[in-house]
Design a protein around this ligand. Sequence first.
Ligand code: NDP
Length: 373
Amino acid sequence: MLLDMDLGVLLPSLIPSSQSVYVLVFYFVYLAVAGEILPGKVIRGVLLSDGSQLRYRCNGLLALTLLVAILGICAKLGIVSPLVVADRGLELLSATFIFCVLVTLALYVTGRNSSDKSSSLKPHVSGNLVHDWWFGIQLNPQFMSIDLKFFFVRAGMMGWLLINLSILAKSVQDGSLSQSMILYQIFCALYILDYFVHEEYMTSTWDIIAERLGFMLVFGDLLWIPFTFSIQGWWLLHNKVELTVPAIVANCLVFVIGYMVFRGANKQKHIFKKNPKTPIWGKPPVVVGGKLLASGYWGIARHCNYLGDLMLALSFSLPCGISSPVPYFYPIYLLILLIWRERRDEVRCAEKYKEIWAEYLRLVPWRILPYVY
Ligand code: NDP
């Protein structure tokens, strides 16, 4: 879409209207209220360095289902247009960007002025304004008792689905609904729903346990995830692709295998952390130094979960065919991100586990893809 526009059209469509501000305000208020009042499993986060543990109410699936139902009813009654996001995509993008800047400036100021000594709120100030604003000052800042990090990642993942649904409505209205669009929509919807079914796993991921909340994370959650992960959908609105039956079958296989590896690996680690004696693939787990799992997916490569995620990302782009690199933005970005992240994680684990980690490296030499990397 962006590629088809000249600057004279692009710039005005980036200026947020009051309607796009209302959409964002409604969305954030809904998520804040739903997150607080809807029932959900309360999960204890990882043990922080001061011995404290945060609690997360994992009611994202219910909040999302209810939101989609409310929006569906409002669309049926003519109160809301299902095309509101697809028609105002650029405005919403720039309004979200402005919000990210404002909220991270507020986080910077609050973080700098904090005298809290807890692991969650202790300020980490380097003195370099840009660095501190970009990487954040506090680990788990809160607003009105809402854990902002958990809130923003939830908003981003739900936002991705809402953008997709609006794109779907637009393609139905245009009469351009294609097999490619249906495949893309089904794969992404399953991935996002699965994320919320397993929302508790999020509480032990790198972003939640290790990254402070600054512009990098807020921008990544609120803008990058929903607006760039949906590029394939925007692209399909403007481009026709004819898929053969073997291509559709191959695409489905990449999705299913990617899902099994991604979910299987993350689940094995999660279960192992809770009880290191739980069998893996029906056998007692191979454990290094009592702390690291070296069987199942974690015995094939040290980050098999990244491999599964990369296959899933590829499966979201394959419905677009190979005529343009634009729909491959997400898998290419994810490849770069996950290689960078895997390198940083290896450094962290080498420091944390020392000789145990060295032994694990000996047992499992592959980083992500056996015999390749
Ligand atoms: P991981 O879930 O792989 O977590 C890494 C941590 O797991 C390590 O720091 C270590 O932490 C622990 N660990 C590593 N190896 C072992 C082992 N063999 N046995 C036991 N524990 C081990 O990383 P992420 O949080 O980065 O990723 C989580 C998921 O999120 C992945 O599937 C990833 O693909 C996905 N993701 C998706 C992104 C996207 O944009 N789509 C972006 C980022 C991630 P500890 O100190 O606890 O032992």
